[in-house]
Write a protein of this length. Structure first.
Length: 112
């Protein structure tokens, strides 16, 4: 299970990527304006790098958005966590052998 912190930075990164694409800016262009490497922008967008509040402010200023537009609400984080858990369970189910899958199907059928 992902931590709250890792979810937070993944959502922030995703929101930065969306804002960057909305203004039709490449990672390289954003990196040049922010005086950092393109790889750093990529890592921020993927949630691998945890940028400082100041850096987030700088990126938002370059992208022409307010800081609050990239910071998720508590509900967004909870929803993202629930969706992540759902997809994790689905992935685990697809990796089961056929006998285990049939057993799960039987259990689900009994619940209905």
């Amino acid at each position: 299970m992902e931590t709250l912190e890792s979810l937070l930075y993944k959502i922030i990164g995703s929101n930065i990527r969306k804002a960057r694409k909305d203004v039709k800016m490449s990672q390289y262009q954003l990196a040049v304006e922010a005086e950092m490497s393109r790889a750093s922008i990529s890592n921020i967008e993927l949630g691998r790098h945890q940028p400082s509040l100041y850096l987030l402010y700088v990126l938002c200023e370059i992208l022409g958005i307010d800081l609050w537009q990239i910071i998720p609400s508590v509900n967004e984080i909870k929803q993202s966590n629930q969706e992540g858990n759902y997809f994790k369970v689905l992935k685990e189910i697809t990796e089961l052998d056929e006998k285990e899958k049939r057993r799960i199907q039987e259990i689900i059928n009994k619940m209905n």
